[in-house]
Design a protein around this ligand. Sequence first.
Ligand code: PLP
Length: 401
Amino acid sequence: MKSKNKLAIHGGIPVRSSYLPYGRQWIDDEDIKAVVEVLKSDYLTTGPIISQFEIEIAAYVGAKYAVAFSNGTAALHGSCFAAGLNEGDEVITTPMTFAASANCIIYQGAKPIFADIEPNTYNISPQSIQSLITPKTKAIIPVDFTGQPADLNDIQILANKYDLIVIEDAAHALGSLYKGRKIGSISDMTMFSFHPVKHITTGEGGVITTNNKRYYEKLIQFRSHGITRDQGKLIENHGPWYYEMQFLGFNYRLSDIQAALGISQLKKLNKFVQRRRLIAEMYNKAFKGISEITVPYQTEDSNSSWHLYIIRLNLNKLSAGRKEIFEALLKENIGVNVHYIPVHKLPYYKQIGYEQDLCPNAEKLYEETITIPLFPSMTEQDVHDVITAVKKVINHYSIEG
Ligand SMILES: *Cc1c(COP(=O)(O)O)cnc(C)c1O
């Protein structure tokens, strides 16, 4: 009994004998078959499968258009271009995100402005956004943190009032609902990522969904060097071979090989989301009574697809800091992570002049948060192992216990 309670970090037996990652893909034989079929076909890239994938993604989220990109970051870059962002413009975003949500603003020569997060949902605070709006503000990039939609209603009210474009970073929120509506059809443009830890994967990949035809056309052209062959758009026409590069775009295309994987994965998305919700529910139930940790607060308006499950440590009830608890969980073979180091705290952002104490709520969350494993192919045993390890470690460091 004694050795079972002894933490692995102190030489005890780990809860698991094998390492459980915090997230991973779920690829089955159907997925593999879909990819192999494309490998045997005429087009490996820029063929018919890309458009099919785009049509299916758009239909799934209820948007008119979807434009696939080589990754989510490229898709965000495309959306900042389509929004017309330029030098001198400011864009308000959250620091509690992956760097790409802010980097895409800098790619266009514009300036990210970091608004603080809500202390309960950890999503960008509309009040903080409002306080940062200036005549230079052109857009808002909210992030649906962990899968819980940002306060899109209040954000849209601000966008309407100040004539701002909303680009939603929904890398965490494929399959999430906001006020009963699927994420992907609400904001001016919405980005999803198909990185292997996200809800569905294409290896690398991303997409922008939109209801706006003008954005759609710009995005299509941007991801392919700024080139068009569209007769209606050509300024000149030298003959059937003729195309025009009308602005500086990039090669940000997704391949048909990847799109085939995407189409096959999309068929399983509802099942994946259902599993994620079930596991989150198991965690909520298991941790509800533990006063040393706070489980994720969910608003009435949101139905999260649970990309991440984060626990927040109530450090005044613990004899160890986040780092020690993190390391202890890792030694129990639980793949923990931290989402996120606030973007303005990253050395590059520090170098370009961002103050380090800009967003107290985000900075405080960063000190207290740990991400625990959550992915659809986790077994019941995996989930129980995580719960056992969290309880074991928290119990050990609890001041009361
Ligand atoms: C994953 C992610 C991205 C970037 O997506 P990639 O496909 O990896 O480029 C952007 N924002 C957030 C919040 C993400 O989680």
